[in-house]
Design a protein around this ligand. Structure first.
Ligand code: NAP
Length: 276
């Protein structure tokens, strides 16, 4: 078993994930795994980094596929005995003018951004080694969507005692409410992406609390963040940040020094803790 530190980035064949891998290859003292759901696109991305003189490793990972997540888990367990850095970056967003029915957008978006990310966490968090760092890429849109929720929903999402099961129930209810055509009446905002990212931010707060309760002595720091508005296939060419600039906050959180005890359980943008 290798004692080399290991970092894993999801959805890293392009966009912000790719830029995060690039930065980690330069700064992380260990093996950096670029993961992608499509091995062809993933290997191509690794080759692109190689042309820049950077060595990334590749492993397949589709966060929608539990088998794929478990295959990565078993690989990390066997080869490294765990992992040191996990960046949950993979995500999807329908374009604003997409005419896919809202209920379908809700189901598909929540499936990857919330449920997929949660499944990765369920399988990989137990493997994170002491002093590990976990970064869940959320979005400022989670904050604005929170503001668009009814007061009772806002209260639940801001609660310091909400459980993961309760959060899952709420995310499931959102999808169901869109199918019944009652999501607005039930207090939800009109954004599937926004609700999925509320899920990611709240999940991060819950997970950080669980780490405090169950693994206090392990000094693991886990945070959600917004990369900013970044020029990628998701956000388009008018966005203000380059992918490398978008990677800065996630990479800062992934590389928090071993003597840091904060931030933890926070929502961070531009390397600054934001109120939730
Ligand atoms: P992007 O260029 O569209 O890249 C998204 C990445 O996620 C791609 O590599 C994609 O793989 C991967 N992915 C999607 N579904 C996946 C799955 N089921 N399993 C594994 N990988 C999957 O988007 P981006 O702008 O870099 O976004 C990265 C993250 O930042 C997302 O979580 C996004 O919500 C967040 N974010 C972005 C912005 C922005 O302005 N760009 C702002 C706030 C937050 P394929 O190539 O195979 O599709």
């Amino acid at each position: 078993m290798s004692s080399t530190p290991v970092a894993v980035v999801t959805g890293a064949n392009k966009g912000i994930g790719f830029a995060i891998v690039r930065a980690l290859c330069k700064q992380f003292p260990g093996d950096v795994y670029l993961t992608a759901r499509d091995p062809g696109r993933g290997q191509e991305a690794v080759a692109k980094l190689q042309q820049e003189g950077l060595q990334a490793c590749f492993h397949q990972l589709d966060i929608d596929d539990l088998q794929s997540i478990r295959a990565l888990r078993d690989f990390l367990k066997e080869k490294y005995g765990g992992l040191n850095v996990l960046v949950n970056n993979a995500g999807i967003a329908f374009k604003v003018h997409d005419t896919t029915p809202f209920a379908v957008q809700a189901e598909v978006t929540l499936k990857t951004n919330f449920f997929g990310t949660r499944n990765v966490c369920t399988e990989l968090l137990p493997l994170v080694k002491p002093y590990g760092r976990v970064v869940n890429v959320s979005s400022m849109v989670s904050s604005s969507a929170l503001g668009g929720c009814s007061q009772p929903l806002q209260q639940q999402f801001r609660s310091d005692t909400i459980t993961e099961e309760e959060l899952v129930q709420l995310m499931t209810k959102f999808v169901e409410d869109t199918k019944q055509g009652v999501h607005a009446k039930e207090g939800w905002p009109n954004t599937a992406y926004g609700v999925s990212k509320i899920g990611v931010t709240v999940l991060s707060r819950i997970q950080a609390r669980m780490l405090n309760e169950k693994r206090k002595g392990d000094h693991i720091l886990l945070n959600a963040c917004c990369p900013g508005w970044v020029r990628t296939d998701m956000a388009g060419p008018k966005a203000t940040k380059s992918p490398d600039e978008g990677a800065e906050t996630p990479v800062y959180l992934a590389l928090l020094p071993s003597d840091a005890d904060a931030p933890h359980g926070q929502f961070v943008s531009n390397k600054t803790v934001r109120p939730w």
